[in-house]
Design a protein around this ligand. Sequence first.
Ligand code: BES
Ligand code: ZN
Ligand code: MN
Length: 500
Amino acid sequence: MDYTVKTRVGTAKKITGEAIVYLVFQDNDEQPQLPALPQLPEKQLADFSAKQNEIQLFYQGEFACQKLLLIGCGKSSELEAGKLTELGGRVIEVARQFKLPELTVIFPLQLNFDREKLAEKFYSGLVLAGYKFIQYKNQSDDEENEQQLKLQHVTVLIEDARSEKTITRGGEKGITIAEAVKFSRDLGNTPANKMSPRELQQTALEMAEKEPKIKLKTIADEQLKKQGFNLIRAVGGGSSTPPRLLELTYTPENYARTVLLLGKGVTFDSGGISLKPSKKMDEMKFDMSGAGVVLAVIKGAADLNLPTRLIGLIPAVENMPDSSSIRPGDIVESYAGQTVEILNTDAEGRLILADTIAYACQKWGEQADCMIDYATLTGACLVALGHAAAGLMGSDDKLCEQLLRAGQQVNERLWRLPLWKDYRKKLDSKIADIKNIGGQAGTVVAGCFLKNFVDLDKIPRWAHIDIAGTAWGMEKLNYRPKEGATGFGVRLTLEFLSNQ
Ligand code: BES
Ligand code: ZN
Ligand code: MN
């Protein structure tokens, strides 16, 4: 984003500037619910029905600003909470289309939503729509070079002074959340040569240095060995950048609850000795997206001052083939003490998470309200749900319901899958306690593998979110580009934490 987003109170009539933008909804008879507008050419107005995606531009002399843009938004009764961010994104999309350097958008006070929430979601969309990953492009695209045509300022106008405080508060929250999402998108988009386990640690360190409420502890090298994180060491063994376990804590002044967040941090997944085919292997730079969610949620929670203590645990490794890599058939003693027969070195995410889960239960189990892990865990999740939803599995119905609801509210959809014993059986090994692959239903089998390491006596509330289909490659929205990392999971989790 290189435009600013500001809020002011006033009447549209007196606003000077390039353009005034109205979001216009339809009533149940599909009639446009027009705001108080100047005299506009009737014929042109008659053509505007406020259908979704419809835009109408007017020039008039009654308002200080000549250009009025009406953006059709469809029936207001059909607008769900999850779509509010898209409204903000739509404003930016239209600004680009009309090459506006500046605009004032009227805050849609007429909508029947909690004002603060509405502002939060709307502003998030305004900011997120500006996301680009162009850090490594020396020459930006032509269009962007035309300086004057670039969007520079967005003003949100509140036409009712009584709502100023609420909207400003919600808006600031929304901007903070959007910044966290952008942070996680950047982490995901950064290629593996620039985002190895070392840089992932460095990123966490910078967060801790900037914010006194965040602390970082890193377990690496000898400590990893001494404490028995053998699965993490096994997966990271083939890389010249050694593995490490990052432990971040965000401690607010007063807190009633502690939530554990675990994120798969495979900075590149070549598959190891069970090497992946070369097609689309570049996408495996995104295999640390779970870690990206955890880092961004901790940053967001700290910026929002959320009253929940967070423990973020990230096993950061690179999965590479080498003479020091694990081989198919190897047996490794996990942190939990159970032995694992590794039949496919490409099923590595569950291995590093198994050690992390066992450690989390042991160290934090007594204090934790719940534990949620995020992982680009299985290609099978993409087969099952495509890019439309992430797979949700868990031990506790109430926790799963809370997550499903949070997902609905921010349009980050989850779909729950079962963890029946039938699937766990597929992981029985003849020569070790468990094996790391198990045939069909790959997503739930992987979920069962993780569950095997959760000490449910210590943490009865555990959920696993497979973001293999949603961390990148989702459908384009106005606030989310088609290309690259989505930051999926960040808004969902911040919503979940705020709901508590
Ligand atoms: N990181 C991959 C999962 C993945 C693949 C995510 C494609 C997104 C797109 C994971 O480590 C993996 O390789 N899983 C294997 C497991 C299999 C060997 C049981 C897979 O899904 O093929
Ligand atoms: Zn992987
Ligand atoms: Mn893999």
